[in-house]
Design a protein around this ligand. Structure first.
Ligand SMILES: [Zn+2]
Ligand SMILES: [Zn+2]
Ligand SMILES: [Zn+2]
Length: 125
């Protein structure tokens, strides 16, 4: 006896496809979040834990971003690199050499991860 051709093969295939698409979408979201984290430095005081509209720090927006002094531009800077956030010579603010920057980045990543887990759970239900 011939069995009636069933659709179960097709159904399985489309289910697999759906899973792949969902995974890809999550991947794209993850990339966007990574980009946003890297750009979340305050333009005014150069610290990392707030946005410019929440800033209570000193206005460094016209300071030399290489050494943190306010009497010249980075283009004409002859000083050593200095980070005014951790007051340390040898690196600029907003780079991975900066310990405060790495701490802020890790914290921001963990917060985004938490948020993302909640979003993923919502999708799954
Ligand atoms: Zn600020
Ligand atoms: Zn300078
Ligand atoms: Zn630093």
């Amino acid at each position: 006896m011939h069995s009636i051709p069933s659709n179960s093969d097709n159904e399985q295939r489309s289910a697999k496809k759906l899973l792949t698409e969902e995974y890809l979408t999550i991947g794209v979201v993850r990339c966007t979040i990574e980009k946003r984290i890297r750009m979340s430095q305050c333009y005014r005081c150069w610290s990392y834990n707030h946005r410019i509209n929440e800033c209570n720090g000193p206005d460094r927006s016209k300071h030399c971003y290489k050494c943190g002094e306010n009497d010249h531009m980075a283009k004409y800077c002859e000083n050593l690199e200095k980070c005014p956030i951790c007051n340390t010579i040898g690196h600029k603010a907003g780079t991975l050499k900066c310990k405060a920057f790495r701490t802020a980045l890790t914290r921001a990543r963990n917060e985004e991860k938490k948020k993302q887990l909640q979003t993923t759970k919502r999708i799954a239900h």
